[in-house]
Design a protein around this ligand. Structure first.
Ligand SMILES: Cc1cc2nc3c(=O)[nH]c(=O)nc-3n(C[C@H](O)[C@H](O)[C@H](O)COP(=O)(O)O)c2cc1C
Length: 233
């Protein structure tokens, strides 16, 4: 009798473990795919020279209600963090030790083919992952000391840094490296925007805790830059 009970228990345990494994294997990946939005492929040959883009770049704080399209968004995300060497997975901006401590989020409000919400950019997949299915530009604008033009931009990027990634190799120099990398990203975004007929402005004045609160970040991920993008009004 005891042996029988033991066998039933072992069988039940094995079934439970099998169910957990199958759920992880199939349901986990399936829901990840369901929430992934593939982006148009970036182009590597626009019509504007570097010199022209650098000359024309200007901070703009007034955006029209003309929507951006998914190609423009994809191109900007590629310029910010896209893969430019598929063998080594190196990206369009330099990174100390090729560690890539930055993360990039899109606050979408007025993009053709993309629901309003917050998305995370996945460089290796050239895709977006749905983070929050709600337009949060108002809250972000408020968190940036109520700089009102932020809520009018069709897209607002949020750049964050996970310093611990870089610290594991570079110790106390990590903080400055992460800040430097955010600068590289910002410059690429602002110049790429010009080539697409768009404008941007770099926002450094915000309440860290409020921005982190929108995203439900723990202390490991720090907001570094907010970048509204769109057509100049
Ligand atoms: C690190 C940094 C933080 C900034 N923060 C803000 C900001 O919070 N709000 C804003 O309107 N502009 C901000 N700016 C934009 C500057 O005001 C702008 O670059 C400067 O006035 C020069 O103008 P230009 O960008 O058109 O050349 C920031 C720029 C940098 C580099």
């Amino acid at each position: 009798m005891k042996g029988m009970i033991l066998r039933v228990l072992v069988l039940t345990l094995a079934l439970v473990l099998l169910c957990i494994t199958l759920t992880d294997t199939f349901c986990g990946k399936a829901s990840m795919n369901a929430e992934m939005i593939r982006l148009p492929e970036p182009v590597f040959d626009g019509g504007t020279s570097f010199e022209r883009a650098a000359f024309e770049r200007r901070s703009v704080r007034s955006f029209s209600d003309k929507p951006m399209d998914l190609f423009q968004l994809s191109q900007i995300l590629w310029a910010a963090q896209g893969i430019s060497d598929t063998l080594k997975n190196f990206r369009t901006i330099p990174s100390a030790g090729a560690i890539y401590p930055l993360e990039l989020y899109v606050f979408s409000g007025n993009v053709e083919g993309l629901e309003p919400g917050i998305y995370k950019y996945l460089p290796e997949e050239n895709a977006l992952f749905t983070f929050i299915s709600e337009d949060k530009r108002d809250e972000l604008s408020f968190s940036c000391h109520n700089q009102r033009f932020i809520r009018e931009a069709p897209v607002v990027l949020l750049v964050t840094g996970v310093e611990s990634r870089t610290r594991s190799r570079y110790g106390s120099r990590a903080e400055r490296y992460v800040f430097m990398e955010a600068g590289h990203l910002g410059q690429n975004v602002s110049l790429q925007a010009v080539t697409l007929g768009l404008s941007s402005v770099m926002i450094g004045a915000f309440d860290d805790l409020k921005v982190a609160g929108i995203m439900d970040f723990d202390n490991a991920e720090i907001p570094l830059y907010v970048i509204p993008l769109g057509y100049r009004k």
